[in-house]
Structures are given as C-alpha cells and as structure tokens.
Design a protein around this ligand. Sequence first.
Ligand code: PPE
Length: 323
Amino acid sequence: ILSGPLQTATEETVEKSEWIWMNGEFVAWDDAQVHVLSHGLHYGTGVFEGVRCYATELGPAIFRHAEHLERLAKSAELYYLPLPYSTEELRQATHELIRRNNLESCYIRPLAFRGYGEMGLYAQSAPVNVIIAAWPWGAYLGEESKRHGVRVKVSSWRRISPAGLIPAAKASGQYLNSILAKTESAKAGYDEAILLDEHGYVCEGSGENVFIVRDGVLVTPGHTNSILDGISRKSVIQIAKDLGYEVHERDIARAELYLADEMFLCGTAAELVPVREVDDHVIGEPGEVTRVIQAKFEDALHGRAQEYREWLDVVEVPSKVSS
Ligand code: PPE
C-alpha cells in the first residue's frame, strides 16, 4: 500500500492563513479542496489574478483592486466562463477575507475555474467555481534582487501566439508556456526568462512586463506584442510620464535588450525589479531612471504617494484601540 504525503513540505511552501473564500463561503484553509475530475485541473480552464495588499497608514490597502477584478472578469468572458459573482461581490469578499485572516499585507489570488460535473471540451454544465485565497508572500524574485537586479535569459520558448491563445487573458492553461520558459531559465542558472513573440520581438518575463531605458527614454512592448496588459506596467507608465520621462510602446528587438542602458521587470508578485544581466551581457547595477521610478512605485504601493492614493482600495478593519 502506498502511503505518505503526496507532497513534501519545504521552506517554499505557501504560508497558510486561516480562511479561504470558496463559492461564497469561508472555508478553513485545509478544507478548501476540489474533486480530481474538476474540469480546470484537466484542461486548464481557469482564469486568475495576482493582487497585493499593503500595510499603509490608512490600514491594509489593496493596490488597484478594481483593475484586477475587471481583468479577471474580462479573462473569464474571453474563455466563456460565466462568473457567478459580480466584481463588487468579489471585492467585498476579499475585504472580509483579509479581515478574517487578520492580514495586513498579503498576496491575493482570486481564481475562477470550471469545476466538477462534466468532462470533455464543451462542458457547459460543469459549474464555474470561484475561490479567493490570501497569504503573506514576500518579494517574488527576492529582496536582494530589488536592490541589485536579476540575471535573465531570453527563452528558447516563444510566448503564446495570439493566433492560438489570448495573451491578454490571465488564464490558467496559458501558464504552461510561462512555466516552460521559467524552468528553462532556472535550470540554466538564471533568475528569470524573457519571452519573444513568433516574430522575434520582446514580449515579457514569465510573470512580469519588461521595460528598457535608452538615452533616458523608456521603451516597453505594446499590446500587439502578445503581452499581458499588466497593471504594474500601466502604473509604471503613468508614474514615468508624471515624472517627465518619455515612454514609448513599440516593438523591441532582442539585441536592444543587450544595448539598453537600463532594464527592469514589473509585476504584482515581483513588484519592480531591475535587470543587471541579459544573456550574459552586463547591464550593471540599477541605473538612475530605474531607481527613481522604483522608489515612486514603491511609494505608490505602500500608500506613501498622495498623488496615487486613488489606486488604493482600503480595507476597513475594526479599530484596535477601541477595545
Ligand atoms: N505578464 C505575465 C505573464 C504575468 O503573469 C504577470 C503577472 C504580468 C505580466 C504582470 O502583470 P501585473 O501583475 O498586472 O502587473 N503575474 C502574476 C502571477 C505570478 C505567478 O507566479 O503566479 C503576479 O505577478 O501576480
């Protein structure tokens, strides 16, 4: 008889919180389980979000929550998954989840997926399940990386093409592409992968959008370059423009990465991470433009930038002093 745990706990194991919101109810973390014939497990029929909440002087505040929930709804629509909850219901559920788990800063993972009921590809009667989990998750590529930068490798795997999938959707199955690229780069000793599209133009990291700086101008791939419409990307563009920088959204050739004065990645999990080496071409320690934008971006995330306060969805928590 085979016995023993299916998975071995490591230091990297998710840090549990108490509750997970599941289809309208708060379920104990260890009880938030699904059937092995859940559709999404077999076919990747799910859409998700990665959101962060920060401890700010206003209380726990979720960064650009509305935009994340709108993107979730759009991803669901693109893959014909009728969401049984409105974005406002999901927003309220997230607030309650953060309160019940006593979290101040956390990573939030909403996921909607086809569940158990029908198999096969046109399983319209399989229910759409929705869960929201939240747990403390530190800097995705490490704190040290945020200061000194990461080493990246252009992947031999191309980013999913808009001819076959929907790069702008954040769909579970699509992440097999990101996982191939990330695994290849990790096994080769790099911190992150950069994916090109089928024409050879730069798209993004396995879980971050990418920017380069040339002669003081920021350049990032545009929406026809098979990117995820990143919310950090959008925020960085806004911040850069507000600081007076020029930002161009256009095709980027591979070698432009090697020629860049500065380069950085940005995403919810990773936040803003400088790149110090691409394919063994040295870019160096984070430059001036990267540092200035990174500092302002961090201020915005942590509620220290008055001008970006509207990006924060503050979670009302019972006052600690009142009792
Ligand atoms: N591209 C991809 C492919 C991607 O997955 C992300 C987020 C981004 C760009 C940046 O998007 P945004 O977070 O809206 O700025 N990746 C999420 C999942 C990472 C994971 O490993 O899981 C994230 O950062 O939460």
